[in-house]
Design a protein around this ligand. Sequence first.
Ligand code: G
Ligand code: G
Ligand code: MN
Ligand code: NA
Length: 254
Amino acid sequence: LDIKSKLEQAIEHDELSIVLQPQVTHDGTVSSFEALVRWYSKEFGPVSPGEFIPIAEESYAICEIGDIVLRKALNVISSFMKNGLNTSIAINISARQIVMPDFVNTLLSRVNQFGIPPNMLMLELTETALVVDIELVKETMLELAKFGFRFSIDDFGTGYSSLAYLKVLPISELKIDKYFVDDIGKDSDGKAAQIVDAIIEMARALNVSCIAEGVESEEQLNYLKAKGCEKFQGYYFSRPEPQAHWEGLQKNTK
Ligand code: G
Ligand code: G
Ligand code: MN
Ligand code: NA
């Protein structure tokens, strides 16, 4: 069997799970998490999302995965809220998902089912997903924003979205791609840092907040802090970990 049919079986047999990576503010507080899907196959062992997400994106499978991740994330939010922890969760939304005719209703029925306020969810869309059908995506985003869902632009700086698009979309956050963060202090000409500066400026101009992903060193963190980036995510703070890891932490810090 090929990986595609194995993935369909994995979806059916509940072999997918999520891990959570913290998103941290200036004072080190965990304000939110990004949920990242994982596939531990009984047959192949761990399969990286870099491998199976592009395959899933070729079919409706990505929508099923999206719904699985959504339900698991809502379950985590619910459990955190019961413990008095108001951390929101960011989930990744694929281009194919956002243009599905039932996308708004699916999201609404899921948050109602779990009793979670929509503002506890941050929906991460890549620039590439935005421009697939900008008019439809804009209408969908505006509709969802009315209910309180928030949006983050993932992998920012690597796509083709123009300021003109960004200005009319209900965006809460720009997420600086790891690609630029990686090179802070490493590239000899300082261009990565200049691009990071420009993205932070753009976030300010759009009046949205800014988060950097892939933060691995204190040097990167200090640079981003000094420039006014508001939130940080990366191995410097923590790798993505299962829910149980964070519940332990919660109890310890009480
Ligand atoms: O977690 P890393 O963990 O390896 O994720 C690799 C890629 O897979 C990233 O580009 C990430 O956006 C994507 N990805 C991870 N989880 C999800 C998910 O739930 N949905 C979608 N569409 N993409 C995901
Ligand atoms: O959704 P997105 O494409 O942004 O996915 C984020 C990816 O980056 C995931 O694969 C996640 O595991 C990975 N990641 C998060 N923080 C770091 C980091 O500090 N270093 C590296 N190498 N990868 C990271
Ligand atoms: Mn993401
Ligand atoms: Na990203």
